[in-house]
Design a protein around this ligand. Structure first.
Ligand SMILES: N[C@@H](CCC(=O)N[C@@H](CS)C(=O)NCC(=O)O)C(=O)O
Length: 205
């Protein structure tokens, strides 16, 4: 299968399914399209009906777009890999926070854009963005306390992939976070699949 993505430095939506594929060691071909170029839209349109990345092209040639739809499709293709938590209640919670991430936190996304190579502590700290940050801190604290870490539901799951771009933003802008959330940021940043994405972003310079 093929995953069509945007720049690793800034394409937060692309990062999510890429991490799932990489962490769970699923072979895939990466097609990277540079964003913000005159021909970006036209190039993305060749793969993705929404003209947005990421887009998964399955082995049978089907296009799947929208990061969460791609991830759900992967979870369905590889049920043996426990991409979602095995426990039904934990899985329901993981789906809830993943959907909350996918559809929410617009203020933080606007004011603290993912820009992995930028380190600008304190930047983007509007009251609205900080309200989003506080809610994320609460989600992480509750999940880590309920499941004992090291990741939100114990082992790395789709929920961690959904929040990984937020971790990148927190590395860049260092908003106020509780101790548990700060430690989680460090652990997720050090995960080999996340480190590989960050290295890719550094190489794009
Ligand atoms: N809700 C979509 C958002 C996808 C999205 O906005 N992708 C951006 C890049 S991160 C894009 O393709 N932009 C097109 C462009 O820059 O021309 C998802 O979850 O996949």
């Amino acid at each position: 299968m093929k995953l069509v993505i945007g720049d690793k430095n800034s394409s937060s939506w692309s990062m999510r399914p890429w991490l799932v594929l990489r962490h769970f060691d699923i072979p895939f071909e990466e097609v990277l399209i540079r964003l913000g170029q005159p021909d970006t839209k036209e190039t993305i349109r060749r793969y993705s009906p929404s003209c947005k990345v990421p887009c998964l092209i399955t082995d049978s040639g089907e296009a799947v777009w929208e990061s969460l739809a791609i991830i759900e499709t992967l979870a369905e293709c590889f049920p043996q890999l426990a991409m979602w938590p095995r426990d039904a209640a934990a899985r329901a919670r993981a789906r809830s926070i993943s959907a909350e991430m996918h559809g929410g936190f617009a203020d933080m996304r606007r004011d603290m854009p993912m820009d992995i190579r930028t380190i600008a502590p304190g930047s983007g700290a509007s009251p609205e963005a900080l309200e989003n940050v506080a809610r994320i801190d609460e989600i992480w604290r509750e999940c880590l306390a309920a499941h004992g870490g090291p990741f939100l539901f114990g082992e790395f799951s789709i929920a961690d992939a959904m929040f990984a771009p937020v971790v990148m933003r927190f590395n860049s802008y260092a908003p106020p976070l509780g101790d548990e959330a700060r430690a989680y940021v460090k652990r997720l940043t050090a995960l080999p699949a996340v480190a590989a994405w960050i290295e890719g972003a550094a190489r794009e310079r």
